[in-house]
Design a protein around this ligand. Structure first.
Ligand SMILES: [Zn+2]
Length: 272
């Protein structure tokens, strides 16, 4: 699933291309994951000008100039890709909705697994929908993030990191990667971490997200950016997706277990 670096990459690219532009036309190829559904979705947004594309946690916020917005979640396999004019009339299998801004700017929303959604909301509804997320890890200080890790303290640290109400935007990849960098086993109870470990983990969360964002994210599965390009961070992953392969620090095989109901990767030797 796209996490903070992937969604932020998409946000930056969308903002650069469509902020200040008016939605001229909307063509729905496959309905069902937009709210309101079908024609009502089209009517709700055609003719409105986008002021900005923002992000909160893993949610894209297409903010309209007249107030209100479209909330967009990529979930497992959702993608926004700019398509050339010539491709307009021949949607591919998983293409759902085409947004036409002008002759040079057309954006296709596709989704293989169909968990993603687009939702037209008022500004009050947007505020309410986004209120429960924890702090943004690239905006908060390491000290502030470390303080968040006290909450829900009896759970494993892996489960705590995946909880979007504790810290926003971290998923399976960056939870495993930051825990490895901090030398902490994913199965440790959150309340058993020392103050130094919390701070170290908070710093590593910021570092790994920043480094991944610089590479336009990780394409471990289906993720591509708005140009259809893969992110470059896969080559820099130390544990995620490397079960059975040698640890980059100590050469022992990376262990893969299930923790917090998710495939979880760590080094028995390097993580305590
Ligand atoms: Zn190791």
């Amino acid at each position: 699933m796209p996490e903070l670096p992937e969604v932020e990459t998409v946000r930056q690219q969308l903002h650069d291309r469509i902020a200040g532009k008016t939605i001229r036309e909307v063509v729905i190829f496959k309905t069902g994951r937009e709210t309101p559904v079908g024609k009502k979705f089209v009517q709700a947004i055609v003719g409105r000008r986008l002021e900005s594309v923002e992000r909160r946690a893993k949610v894209l916020v297409f903010r309209f100039e007249d107030g209100g917005s479209i909330l967009g979640h990529l979930k497992m396999t959702g993608k926004f890709v700019f398509v050339p004019v010539a491709q307009r009339t021949t949607p591919e299998k998983h293409d759902r909705i085409l947004f036409v801004f002008d002759k040079q700017t057309q954006l296709m929303w596709s989704d293989v697994r169909m968990f993603g959604y687009l939702k037209v909301v008022t500004s009050d509804e947007a505020q309410e929908a986004l209120a429960h997320y924890g702090p943004e890890p690239l905006e908060a200080t390491a000290g502030e993030l470390a303080d968040c890790l006290h909450r829900k303290s009896v759970r494993s640290i892996k489960a705590t990191l995946l909880d979007q109400t504790v810290i926003a935007g971290i998923g399976n990849i960056y939870a495993d990667e930051s825990l490895f960098r901090a030398g902490i086993r994913p199965t440790r109870a959150t309340n058993k971490l020392s103050g130094d470990e919390r701070l170290k983990l908070a710093k590593e969360i910021k570092t790994v997200l920043t480094k991944s964002l610089a590479q336009k994210g990780t394409s471990a599965n289906d993720y591509v950016d708005t140009q259809g390009e893969k992110g470059g961070f896969l080559a820099f992953l130390r544990v995620y997706g490397r079960g059975g392969q040698p640890c980059r620090q100590c050469s022992r095989p990376i262990k893969k277990i299930v923790a917090a109901q998710r495939g979880t990767h760590f080094c028995v030797n390097c993580q305590k």
